[in-house]
Write a protein that binds this ligand. Structure first.
Ligand SMILES: Cc1ncc(C[n+]2csc(CCOP(=O)(O)OP(=O)(O)O)c2C)c(N)n1
Ligand code: SF4
Length: 350
């Protein structure tokens, strides 16, 4: 059976700065299980790009294999898209990004796709600091292949069959911080209020922005004792900071009157205001971010919020001094500067 999304929208639907309604940012109707956390993340992505007034065709959505990796079909129909082999999204994203640096690269993956078959690719794309947003929809299991434990399932938490997970779990945020990501955040699919500004900040960041979103699999990993279930996360979530994303065109406002506020200026000039609890002052320290994650884990808590930002992050293009123009815009004279230039280049290497 196939479904199509009804074309009708209220004539007075809200429009963004481009004059587009939310409809322009939607995709096909989801075929995921009703209540899957991944669908909530899709909705947050749509809200984010709609509110940021990004032209849909400026986005490249990429994914691997899994229920999570199917989701790019459910948002941004007018964007470019590539559904790659299991765990290989980062290398496809790297190639595309090298060819055209002017687009916005949004990679979507699952914890199986990222932390198992794609672990090598994940590690290197973070290390290279590719200018992309990398979202991991983390449900602690392989949803698409019927709920086997993934490498992010917490040790001791309950598996689908009811046994405790015997192996150490991988914390993708800690890994990303260690490997040099300039922006690392953790959200919860059921907390859109936190997720949307987090995604806006990730899009505004230059370099790799890793966003791990705990996203319960309602079908295979929702036992109340699983640390990726709705009930467990709701009961144990500790929010590091509340924050807002303020595009430069708008007045800067914040509604929070507790704790301190540190403005972090991202590369495109936009600002995120991070309002923190009194006892959490710095988010620009890798050491503190890892300590905070470890401490929360020790207390059996999940730390959410933007965990680490490096305001001086250089992306892969800066590091490799690549040409500023997308390759498809280079003319013959740029691509083939002639024999004299070739000889001079060869001489320089002797
Ligand atoms: C090379 C290869 N090995 C194994 C599979 C089978 N497979 C499909 S999806 C998947 C796991 C997906 O898990 P995850 O990334 O966590 O996504 P979820 O479905 O939970 O969102 C596996 C092992 C495959 N498609 N290709
Ligand atoms: S199997 Fe799990 S991850 Fe896959 S669509 Fe269903 S609820 Fe979502």
């Amino acid at each position: 059976m196939s479904y199509t999304r009804p074309g009708f929208r209220h004539p007075e639907s809200q429009k963004n700065r481009l004059g587009l309604t939310r409809k322009a940012y939607e995709g096909s109707i989801s075929t995921l299980c009703a209540g899957c956390g991944h669908d909530s993340i899709v909705s947050a992505i749509i809200t984010t790009v709609f509110e940021m007034s990004i032209e849909p065709h400026r986005i490249v959505k990429l994914s691997g294999i899994g229920c999570s990796s199917k989701t790019p079909a459910y948002f941004l129909n007018r964007a470019h898209g590539f559904n790659s082999v299991h765990g290989r999204m980062p290398s496809v994203a790297t190639g595309a990004n090298m060819a055209n640096r002017d687009l916005i690269y949004l990679g979507v993956s699952g914890d199986g796709d990222t932390a198992s078959i794609g672990m090598g690719q994940f590690a290197h794309v973070v290390r290279r600091n590719l200018n992309m947003i990398y979202i991991c929809m983390n449900n602690g299991c392989y949803g698409l292949t019927k709920g086997q434990d993934s490498a992010t399932a917490d040790k001791g938490s309950q598996t689908r069959k009811g046994d405790p997970v015997a192996l150490e779990s991988i914390d993708l945020c800690e890994m990303a911080i260690q490997l040099g990501a300039g922006f690392v955040a953790r959200g919860f699919s059921g907390d859109k209020k936190q997720l949307v500004p987090m995604l806006k900040a990730a899009i505004a960041h230059k370099g790799l922005a890793f966003v791990d979103v705990i996203s319960p699999c309602v079908t295979f990993n929702n036992a109340p004792t699983s640390t990726k279930s709705y009930s467990w996360v709701r009961e144990h979530m500790e929010v590091t900071n509340t924050f807002d994303f303020i595009p430069l065109r708008q007045e800067i406002t914040t509604e929070y009157d507790h704790g301190t506020t540190i403005p972090v200026i991202l590369h495109d000039g936009s600002i995120i205001n991070l309002c923190k609890r009194e006892d959490k002052e710095v988010i620009t320290s890798r050491k503190e971010a890892i300590n905070a994650l470890e401490q929360a884990k020790g207390n059996r808590q999940i730390l959410t919020g933007i965990l680490y930002v490096n305001p001086a992050s250089n992306d892969f293009h800066d590091i490799n001094n690549t040409v500023k123009t997308p390759l498809n815009e280079l003319g013959e004279a740029d691509l083939c500067p002639g024999n004299t230039a070739l000889q001079a280049f060869n001489e320089s290497l002797r």
